[in-house]
Design a protein around this ligand. Structure first.
Ligand SMILES: Nc1ncnc2c1ncn2[C@@H]1O[C@H](COP(=O)(O)OP(=O)(O)OP(=O)(O)O)[C@@H](O)[C@H]1O
Length: 243
């Protein structure tokens, strides 16, 4: 099961964002799209979900389709009038899931995302990290094949950020969905991505993460060395562009 881009190009009017991309996103694997601000990371995420049309090339969904791909936008899009439980129930109602099955999936999902005590709260009664967990739980409650997350931790402090990152990986292991995360944070990329897609002007380079399978990798020097390597790579890209 995969999403495949072949010779894919995309432009906003005359501004080329990607040219001739070839990329396959597999299920049960995590990818991070890493790059500096404004380079086209969110655009690539919306292309994968099929929200933006390519100017050239093709996108192919093998064994899946657009409805089985969930995207969590940076602004989360939680409705102020919905409690946590109602937010999780809405996509299930839209999908036509029967009420008994809805209750069982919501109960499991709130437990997994540690939201049980918050189930009757509204968004304005939640912290930033809690809102992020609700948005991810709402994304996963329909059991999609692929979950796409746009900058899931950018507004969080370090401790909350690490907690949300751990929740993301635990959920991915449990649901075995394909995961694509956009970030400009190299430590987040090193922590969350089995494969890192570095976006530079109009191109993409794939890097296999050598430390992804290291247990408790935040305690290892190799993790910080790899993050630094990614950071230097982004800086080098900057210099090349300016020359
Ligand atoms: N709807 C649009 N119409 C025209 N240009 C757009 C549109 N959306 C984004 N852009 C431009 O396309 C480029 C890529 O935007 P995109 O949001 O994909 O970047 P990004 O890497 O996700 O940035 P950030 O990290 O700041 O969110 C930017 O120059 C942006 O101004």
């Amino acid at each position: 099961m995969y999403i495949q881009l072949k010779d894919a190009s995309f432009a906003y009017n005359t501004e080329a964002i990607f040219k001739q991309l070839n990329l396959r996103i597999e299920k049960n694997h995590s990818y991070v799209i890493l790059g500096k601000s404004g380079i086209g990371k969110s655009t690539l995420l919306s292309i994968l979900k099929g929200l933006r049309q390519l100017s050239e090339g093709t996108i192919h969904y093998q064994g899946t389709n657009q409805d089985k791909i969930e995207i969590v936008f940076q602004d989360l899009r939680l409705f102020p009038w919905q409690t946590v439980k109602q937010a999780l129930e809405m996509p299930l109602i839209i999908e036509g899931v029967a009420s008994k099955e809805r209750r069982s999936r919501i109960t499991k999902c709130v437990e997994q995302f540690n939201l049980t005590d918050l189930a009757t709260r509204y968004p304005n009664q939640l912290s930033g990290g809690q809102k992020q967990r609700v948005a991810m739980a709402r994304g996963l409650v329909t059991q999609p094949d692929f979950l796409l997350l746009d900058e899931p931790t950018s507004s969080l402090d370090q401790d909350t950020k690490e907690h949300v990152q751990d929740t993301i990986l635990q959920a991915q292991r449990r649901y075995r969905n394909g995961l694509v995360i956009v970030t400009h944070d190299t430590e987040e990329a090193a922590y969350l991505g089995e494969t890192i897609l570095v976006v530079e002007s109009e191109t993409l380079t794939l890097i296999d993460n050598p430390i992804f399978h290291l247990e408790k990798r935040r305690d290892h020097l190799a993790f910080y060395e790899f993050s630094l390597e990614l950071k230097q790579r982004l800086k080098k890209g900057d210099r090349n562009e300016k020359n």
